[in-house]
Design a protein around this ligand. Structure first.
Ligand SMILES: Cc1ncc(COP(=O)(O)O)c(C=O)c1O
Length: 395
Protein backbone atom coordinates (compact mmCIF):
# COMPACT_ATOMS: atom_id res chain seq x y z
CA UNK A 1 0.00 0.00 0.00
CA UNK A 2 1.18 3.49 -0.84
CA UNK A 3 0.87 5.73 2.20
CA UNK A 4 -1.59 8.57 1.87
CA UNK A 5 -0.29 12.03 2.69
CA UNK A 6 -3.06 13.34 4.90
CA UNK A 7 -1.43 16.79 4.90
CA UNK A 8 -1.98 17.13 1.17
CA UNK A 9 -4.50 19.77 0.17
CA UNK A 10 -6.73 18.43 -2.57
CA UNK A 11 -8.86 20.89 -4.48
CA UNK A 12 -12.23 19.16 -4.63
CA UNK A 13 -14.09 22.09 -6.15
CA UNK A 14 -15.73 21.29 -9.46
CA UNK A 15 -15.65 17.52 -8.85
CA UNK A 16 -19.41 17.17 -8.35
CA UNK A 17 -19.06 16.91 -4.59
CA UNK A 18 -21.74 18.19 -2.28
CA UNK A 19 -19.28 19.17 0.45
CA UNK A 20 -17.44 21.73 -1.68
CA UNK A 21 -19.73 22.44 -4.61
CA UNK A 22 -23.29 22.11 -3.43
CA UNK A 23 -23.60 23.63 -0.01
CA UNK A 24 -25.47 26.91 -0.66
CA UNK A 25 -28.89 25.30 -0.90
CA UNK A 26 -28.54 23.61 2.49
CA UNK A 27 -28.06 26.85 4.41
CA UNK A 28 -30.99 29.06 3.40
CA UNK A 29 -30.86 32.55 4.87
CA UNK A 30 -27.10 32.40 5.45
CA UNK A 31 -24.46 33.86 3.19
CA UNK A 32 -22.17 30.86 2.63
CA UNK A 33 -20.29 32.34 -0.32
CA UNK A 34 -16.56 31.62 -0.07
CA UNK A 35 -16.92 29.37 2.99
CA UNK A 36 -14.41 26.70 3.92
CA UNK A 37 -16.63 23.58 4.09
CA UNK A 38 -16.34 21.51 7.26
CA UNK A 39 -19.83 20.09 7.12
CA UNK A 40 -21.13 16.74 5.75
CA UNK A 41 -19.33 13.56 6.75
CA UNK A 42 -16.91 12.79 3.99
CA UNK A 43 -13.19 13.32 4.32
CA UNK A 44 -10.89 15.41 2.16
CA UNK A 45 -8.39 12.52 1.92
CA UNK A 46 -7.62 10.30 -1.05
CA UNK A 47 -8.88 6.73 -0.70
CA UNK A 48 -6.38 3.86 -0.19
CA UNK A 49 -4.45 3.17 -3.40
CA UNK A 50 -5.82 -0.39 -3.56
CA UNK A 51 -9.37 0.93 -3.58
CA UNK A 52 -8.63 3.32 -6.41
CA UNK A 53 -6.90 0.52 -8.33
CA UNK A 54 -9.86 -1.83 -7.83
CA UNK A 55 -12.19 0.78 -9.30
CA UNK A 56 -9.87 1.47 -12.23
CA UNK A 57 -9.56 -2.25 -12.83
CA UNK A 58 -13.34 -2.56 -12.84
CA UNK A 59 -13.59 0.37 -15.27
CA UNK A 60 -11.03 -1.29 -17.55
CA UNK A 61 -13.32 -4.31 -17.93
CA UNK A 62 -15.56 -2.08 -19.99
CA UNK A 63 -18.76 -3.98 -19.27
CA UNK A 64 -20.86 -3.07 -16.23
CA UNK A 65 -23.68 -5.56 -16.05
CA UNK A 66 -25.59 -6.42 -12.89
CA UNK A 67 -23.22 -7.35 -10.09
CA UNK A 68 -23.66 -10.31 -7.83
CA UNK A 69 -24.08 -8.07 -4.77
CA UNK A 70 -23.60 -10.80 -2.23
CA UNK A 71 -20.74 -12.44 -4.06
CA UNK A 72 -18.35 -14.48 -2.00
CA UNK A 73 -15.62 -11.87 -2.05
CA UNK A 74 -18.00 -9.20 -0.73
CA UNK A 75 -19.10 -11.35 2.19
CA UNK A 76 -15.62 -12.61 2.92
CA UNK A 77 -14.19 -9.11 3.02
CA UNK A 78 -16.74 -8.07 5.64
CA UNK A 79 -16.45 -11.32 7.60
CA UNK A 80 -12.67 -10.96 7.86
CA UNK A 81 -12.87 -7.29 8.74
CA UNK A 82 -15.40 -7.81 11.55
CA UNK A 83 -13.40 -10.71 12.90
CA UNK A 84 -10.11 -8.82 12.80
CA UNK A 85 -11.35 -5.46 14.05
CA UNK A 86 -14.16 -6.43 16.45
CA UNK A 87 -13.73 -10.16 17.13
CA UNK A 88 -17.19 -10.82 15.75
CA UNK A 89 -17.54 -13.96 13.62
CA UNK A 90 -20.50 -13.59 11.32
CA UNK A 91 -21.79 -16.01 8.76
CA UNK A 92 -22.00 -15.25 5.04
CA UNK A 93 -25.72 -16.00 4.99
CA UNK A 94 -26.33 -13.37 7.69
CA UNK A 95 -25.02 -10.57 5.45
CA UNK A 96 -27.17 -8.49 3.13
CA UNK A 97 -25.67 -5.97 0.71
CA UNK A 98 -27.59 -2.69 0.71
CA UNK A 99 -27.28 0.59 -1.18
CA UNK A 100 -26.41 2.55 1.98
CA UNK A 101 -26.99 2.59 5.71
CA UNK A 102 -29.77 5.19 5.57
CA UNK A 103 -31.67 3.18 2.92
CA UNK A 104 -31.25 0.10 5.16
CA UNK A 105 -32.74 2.06 8.07
CA UNK A 106 -35.69 3.03 5.86
CA UNK A 107 -36.29 -0.62 4.88
CA UNK A 108 -36.09 -1.68 8.53
CA UNK A 109 -38.58 1.03 9.55
CA UNK A 110 -40.94 -0.17 6.81
CA UNK A 111 -40.48 -3.87 7.57
CA UNK A 112 -40.70 -3.81 11.35
CA UNK A 113 -43.21 -1.06 12.14
CA UNK A 114 -46.44 0.30 10.75
CA UNK A 115 -47.66 3.84 10.15
CA UNK A 116 -48.27 5.49 13.51
CA UNK A 117 -45.85 3.22 15.40
CA UNK A 118 -43.01 4.69 17.44
CA UNK A 119 -39.29 4.56 16.66
CA UNK A 120 -36.75 5.56 19.31
CA UNK A 121 -33.75 7.77 18.55
CA UNK A 122 -31.30 9.50 20.88
CA UNK A 123 -30.88 13.18 20.02
CA UNK A 124 -28.76 15.04 19.36
CA UNK A 125 -28.28 12.51 16.58
CA UNK A 126 -27.54 12.15 12.85
CA UNK A 127 -30.59 13.89 11.38
CA UNK A 128 -31.55 11.43 8.59
CA UNK A 129 -32.74 9.07 11.37
CA UNK A 130 -35.59 11.41 12.28
CA UNK A 131 -36.30 12.30 8.67
CA UNK A 132 -36.55 8.64 7.68
CA UNK A 133 -38.99 7.92 10.50
CA UNK A 134 -41.14 10.92 9.58
CA UNK A 135 -40.98 10.18 5.84
CA UNK A 136 -42.44 6.77 6.61
CA UNK A 137 -45.21 8.28 8.79
CA UNK A 138 -43.95 6.75 12.02
CA UNK A 139 -43.73 8.62 15.33
CA UNK A 140 -40.31 9.82 16.54
CA UNK A 141 -39.71 8.87 20.18
CA UNK A 142 -36.87 10.98 21.48
CA UNK A 143 -34.80 9.37 24.20
CA UNK A 144 -32.79 12.54 24.63
CA UNK A 145 -29.18 12.04 25.73
CA UNK A 146 -28.14 13.48 29.09
CA UNK A 147 -25.39 16.11 29.01
CA UNK A 148 -23.37 17.13 32.07
CA UNK A 149 -21.38 19.85 30.32
CA UNK A 150 -18.52 17.46 29.53
CA UNK A 151 -19.97 14.30 28.10
CA UNK A 152 -23.18 12.55 27.10
CA UNK A 153 -24.88 9.53 28.60
CA UNK A 154 -28.11 7.59 28.15
CA UNK A 155 -31.27 8.26 30.16
CA UNK A 156 -32.21 4.62 30.75
CA UNK A 157 -35.30 5.44 32.80
CA UNK A 158 -36.69 7.40 29.88
CA UNK A 159 -35.59 4.68 27.43
CA UNK A 160 -37.56 2.11 29.42
CA UNK A 161 -40.62 4.38 29.39
CA UNK A 162 -40.41 4.91 25.63
CA UNK A 163 -39.76 1.21 24.95
CA UNK A 164 -42.70 0.17 27.14
CA UNK A 165 -45.21 1.96 24.95
CA UNK A 166 -46.78 -0.91 22.97
CA UNK A 167 -46.71 1.22 19.80
CA UNK A 168 -42.90 1.48 20.00
CA UNK A 169 -41.43 -1.10 17.62
CA UNK A 170 -37.90 -0.06 16.79
CA UNK A 171 -34.87 1.77 18.15
CA UNK A 172 -32.14 3.24 15.96
CA UNK A 173 -28.87 3.24 17.87
CA UNK A 174 -25.94 5.32 16.66
CA UNK A 175 -22.82 3.45 17.80
CA UNK A 176 -20.42 5.23 17.95
CA UNK A 177 -22.62 8.26 18.23
CA UNK A 178 -22.67 11.00 15.63
CA UNK A 179 -22.36 13.88 16.58
CA UNK A 180 -21.46 13.56 20.28
CA UNK A 181 -18.55 11.14 19.69
CA UNK A 182 -19.48 8.63 22.38
CA UNK A 183 -18.32 5.02 21.95
CA UNK A 184 -20.93 3.20 24.02
CA UNK A 185 -19.43 0.80 26.57
CA UNK A 186 -20.45 -2.76 27.31
CA UNK A 187 -22.63 -1.92 30.30
CA UNK A 188 -24.56 0.72 28.35
CA UNK A 189 -24.98 -1.62 25.39
CA UNK A 190 -26.20 -4.42 27.62
CA UNK A 191 -28.81 -2.17 29.18
CA UNK A 192 -30.04 -1.04 25.76
CA UNK A 193 -30.27 -4.65 24.62
CA UNK A 194 -32.01 -5.73 27.77
CA UNK A 195 -34.58 -2.91 27.84
CA UNK A 196 -35.45 -3.17 24.15
CA UNK A 197 -35.67 -6.96 24.09
CA UNK A 198 -37.80 -7.08 27.24
CA UNK A 199 -40.21 -4.63 25.59
CA UNK A 200 -40.23 -6.20 22.12
CA UNK A 201 -38.43 -3.32 20.49
CA UNK A 202 -36.12 -4.32 17.65
CA UNK A 203 -32.75 -2.51 17.57
CA UNK A 204 -31.08 -1.21 14.42
CA UNK A 205 -27.47 -0.63 15.45
CA UNK A 206 -25.83 1.76 12.98
CA UNK A 207 -22.12 1.02 13.36
CA UNK A 208 -20.89 2.96 10.33
CA UNK A 209 -18.35 4.87 12.46
CA UNK A 210 -17.07 1.80 14.28
CA UNK A 211 -13.62 1.83 12.65
CA UNK A 212 -12.94 5.33 13.89
CA UNK A 213 -12.14 4.75 17.55
CA UNK A 214 -9.50 6.70 19.46
CA UNK A 215 -6.79 5.42 21.81
CA UNK A 216 -8.14 4.18 25.13
CA UNK A 217 -11.55 3.28 23.70
CA UNK A 218 -12.88 0.14 22.10
CA UNK A 219 -15.80 -0.52 19.82
CA UNK A 220 -17.93 -3.45 20.91
CA UNK A 221 -20.61 -4.42 18.39
CA UNK A 222 -23.98 -4.29 20.13
CA UNK A 223 -24.48 -7.97 19.32
CA UNK A 224 -21.18 -8.87 21.03
CA UNK A 225 -22.14 -6.96 24.17
CA UNK A 226 -25.42 -8.80 24.52
CA UNK A 227 -25.20 -12.09 22.72
CA UNK A 228 -28.33 -13.43 24.36
CA UNK A 229 -30.32 -10.67 22.62
CA UNK A 230 -28.63 -10.99 19.24
CA UNK A 231 -31.81 -12.10 17.54
CA UNK A 232 -33.28 -8.71 18.36
CA UNK A 233 -30.55 -6.75 16.59
CA UNK A 234 -29.86 -5.60 13.03
CA UNK A 235 -26.35 -4.18 12.57
CA UNK A 236 -25.09 -2.09 9.70
CA UNK A 237 -21.56 -1.44 8.46
CA UNK A 238 -20.06 0.45 5.56
CA UNK A 239 -16.55 1.39 4.47
CA UNK A 240 -17.84 4.78 3.35
CA UNK A 241 -16.84 6.97 6.32
CA UNK A 242 -13.52 5.23 7.01
CA UNK A 243 -12.29 5.08 3.43
CA UNK A 244 -14.16 8.04 1.92
CA UNK A 245 -16.46 6.06 -0.36
CA UNK A 246 -19.87 7.57 0.43
CA UNK A 247 -20.59 8.37 -3.22
CA UNK A 248 -20.37 4.68 -4.10
CA UNK A 249 -23.53 3.90 -2.10
CA UNK A 250 -22.59 0.46 -0.81
CA UNK A 251 -23.13 -0.93 2.68
CA UNK A 252 -24.11 -4.15 4.43
CA UNK A 253 -26.33 -5.29 7.24
CA UNK A 254 -25.83 -8.30 9.45
CA UNK A 255 -28.91 -10.09 10.78
CA UNK A 256 -28.55 -13.26 12.82
CA UNK A 257 -32.21 -14.12 13.21
CA UNK A 258 -33.61 -16.05 10.25
CA UNK A 259 -37.13 -14.61 10.47
CA UNK A 260 -35.94 -10.99 10.79
CA UNK A 261 -33.53 -11.63 7.90
CA UNK A 262 -36.34 -12.96 5.74
CA UNK A 263 -38.58 -9.99 6.48
CA UNK A 264 -35.75 -7.53 5.84
CA UNK A 265 -34.95 -9.14 2.48
CA UNK A 266 -38.63 -9.11 1.57
CA UNK A 267 -38.68 -5.36 2.22
CA UNK A 268 -35.70 -4.89 -0.10
CA UNK A 269 -37.64 -6.76 -2.71
CA UNK A 270 -40.75 -4.59 -2.18
CA UNK A 271 -38.56 -1.56 -2.82
CA UNK A 272 -36.76 -3.28 -5.72
CA UNK A 273 -33.57 -2.40 -3.89
CA UNK A 274 -31.55 -5.60 -4.05
CA UNK A 275 -27.98 -5.55 -5.19
CA UNK A 276 -25.28 -2.93 -5.19
CA UNK A 277 -23.32 -0.96 -7.72
CA UNK A 278 -20.38 -2.75 -9.40
CA UNK A 279 -17.92 -0.02 -8.47
CA UNK A 280 -19.27 0.14 -4.93
CA UNK A 281 -18.87 -3.59 -4.55
CA UNK A 282 -15.26 -3.52 -5.89
CA UNK A 283 -14.37 -0.67 -3.53
CA UNK A 284 -16.05 -2.36 -0.54
CA UNK A 285 -14.03 -5.54 -1.12
CA UNK A 286 -10.72 -3.70 -1.62
CA UNK A 287 -11.21 -1.39 1.36
CA UNK A 288 -12.00 -4.18 3.81
CA UNK A 289 -9.32 -6.46 2.35
CA UNK A 290 -6.41 -4.02 2.15
CA UNK A 291 -7.40 -0.93 4.14
CA UNK A 292 -6.14 -1.70 7.61
CA UNK A 293 -2.89 0.23 7.44
CA UNK A 294 -4.63 3.22 5.87
CA UNK A 295 -7.14 3.14 8.73
CA UNK A 296 -4.41 3.05 11.38
CA UNK A 297 -2.59 5.97 9.76
CA UNK A 298 -5.75 7.99 9.29
CA UNK A 299 -6.87 7.36 12.86
CA UNK A 300 -3.60 8.70 14.19
CA UNK A 301 -3.99 11.76 11.98
CA UNK A 302 -7.59 12.61 12.85
CA UNK A 303 -6.98 12.02 16.54
CA UNK A 304 -4.13 14.52 16.19
CA UNK A 305 -6.56 16.94 14.53
CA UNK A 306 -9.02 16.49 17.38
CA UNK A 307 -6.34 17.08 20.03
CA UNK A 308 -5.14 20.16 18.21
CA UNK A 309 -8.69 21.50 17.79
CA UNK A 310 -9.59 20.90 21.43
CA UNK A 311 -6.57 22.75 22.72
CA UNK A 312 -6.82 25.57 20.19
CA UNK A 313 -10.50 26.19 20.91
CA UNK A 314 -9.99 26.19 24.67
CA UNK A 315 -7.09 28.60 24.46
CA UNK A 316 -8.37 30.93 21.77
CA UNK A 317 -12.14 30.88 21.45
CA UNK A 318 -13.51 31.91 24.80
CA UNK A 319 -16.80 30.26 25.70
CA UNK A 320 -16.45 27.49 23.10
CA UNK A 321 -15.55 23.91 23.90
CA UNK A 322 -15.00 20.76 21.84
CA UNK A 323 -16.75 17.83 23.51
CA UNK A 324 -13.93 15.26 23.89
CA UNK A 325 -14.63 12.70 21.18
CA UNK A 326 -13.97 9.00 21.78
CA UNK A 327 -14.27 8.28 18.08
CA UNK A 328 -15.47 9.54 14.65
CA UNK A 329 -13.92 12.51 12.86
CA UNK A 330 -16.78 14.80 13.79
CA UNK A 331 -16.14 17.51 16.37
CA UNK A 332 -19.16 18.63 18.41
CA UNK A 333 -18.45 22.11 19.67
CA UNK A 334 -20.46 23.78 22.41
CA UNK A 335 -20.81 27.56 22.09
CA UNK A 336 -23.48 27.92 24.78
CA UNK A 337 -21.20 29.62 27.30
CA UNK A 338 -20.90 32.55 24.93
CA UNK A 339 -24.45 33.57 25.75
CA UNK A 340 -25.26 34.19 22.12
CA UNK A 341 -28.28 32.81 20.28
CA UNK A 342 -27.82 29.95 17.82
CA UNK A 343 -28.57 32.45 15.03
CA UNK A 344 -25.81 34.79 16.23
CA UNK A 345 -23.31 31.91 16.48
CA UNK A 346 -24.24 30.70 12.98
CA UNK A 347 -23.80 34.17 11.56
CA UNK A 348 -20.41 34.73 13.17
CA UNK A 349 -18.99 31.33 12.20
CA UNK A 350 -20.50 31.11 8.72
CA UNK A 351 -20.87 34.70 7.51
CA UNK A 352 -17.97 36.33 9.30
CA UNK A 353 -15.41 33.54 9.80
CA UNK A 354 -16.47 31.91 6.53
CA UNK A 355 -16.28 28.39 7.95
CA UNK A 356 -19.15 26.02 7.23
CA UNK A 357 -20.05 23.38 9.86
CA UNK A 358 -23.29 21.41 10.30
CA UNK A 359 -25.75 23.40 12.42
CA UNK A 360 -26.36 21.96 15.89
CA UNK A 361 -30.14 22.29 15.66
CA UNK A 362 -30.23 19.92 12.70
CA UNK A 363 -29.44 17.14 15.21
CA UNK A 364 -32.31 18.00 17.54
CA UNK A 365 -33.56 20.66 19.97
CA UNK A 366 -30.70 19.90 22.36
CA UNK A 367 -28.22 20.66 19.59
CA UNK A 368 -28.93 24.35 20.12
CA UNK A 369 -25.77 26.37 20.66
CA UNK A 370 -23.60 23.64 19.08
CA UNK A 371 -21.92 23.28 15.70
CA UNK A 372 -20.48 20.06 14.22
CA UNK A 373 -17.13 20.33 12.46
CA UNK A 374 -15.72 17.67 10.16
CA UNK A 375 -12.04 17.33 11.07
CA UNK A 376 -11.18 14.72 8.41
CA UNK A 377 -9.06 17.21 6.49
CA UNK A 378 -5.43 18.37 6.48
CA UNK A 379 -4.26 19.83 9.80
CA UNK A 380 -3.42 23.11 8.07
CA UNK A 381 -7.11 23.43 7.11
CA UNK A 382 -8.20 22.79 10.71
CA UNK A 383 -5.77 25.53 11.84
CA UNK A 384 -6.97 27.94 9.16
CA UNK A 385 -10.63 27.39 10.00
CA UNK A 386 -10.18 27.76 13.74
CA UNK A 387 -8.04 30.82 13.27
CA UNK A 388 -10.77 32.42 11.14
CA UNK A 389 -13.33 31.60 13.83
CA UNK A 390 -11.11 33.06 16.56
CA UNK A 391 -10.69 36.30 14.58
CA UNK A 392 -14.41 36.51 13.91
CA UNK A 393 -15.34 36.26 17.60
CA UNK A 394 -12.59 38.64 18.67
CA UNK A 395 -13.32 41.44 16.18
C1 LIG B 1 -24.43 7.61 11.74
C2 LIG B 1 -24.49 7.61 10.26
N1 LIG B 1 -25.22 6.70 9.63
C3 LIG B 1 -25.31 6.66 8.27
C4 LIG B 1 -24.63 7.58 7.50
C5 LIG B 1 -24.76 7.55 6.01
O1 LIG B 1 -24.77 6.27 5.53
P1 LIG B 1 -25.06 5.95 3.98
O2 LIG B 1 -24.35 7.00 3.18
O3 LIG B 1 -24.50 4.58 3.80
O4 LIG B 1 -26.54 6.00 3.80
C6 LIG B 1 -23.84 8.56 8.13
C7 LIG B 1 -23.14 9.56 7.33
O5 LIG B 1 -22.61 10.51 7.82
C8 LIG B 1 -23.78 8.57 9.54
O6 LIG B 1 -23.03 9.47 10.20
Amino acid sequence: MQSVNFDEIIDRRGTDCIKWDGFERYFPGLDTKGCLPMWVADSDFFVPSEVKEAIIEKARQGIFGYPDGNARAFNEALINWLDKRHKWCVDANQIVAVPGVVPAIAYAVQAFSREGDGVIIQPPVYYPFKQTILNNKRIVKENTLLFDGETYSINFEDLEKKAKDPRTKLMILCHPHNPVGRVWVEEELRQIGEICTRNDVLIFSDEIHSDLIFKGFKHIPLVKACEEFEKNIITSYAPSKTFNLAGLKTAAVVITDKEILKRFKAQLSINAAQGVNVFGSAAFIAAYSYGERYLEEMLEYIEGNMDFAKEYIEENIKGAKLISPQGTYLGWVNFNDMNLSQEEINKIVIEKAKVLPDLGVWFGENGKGFLRFNFACPRSVVKKALNQIKQAFND
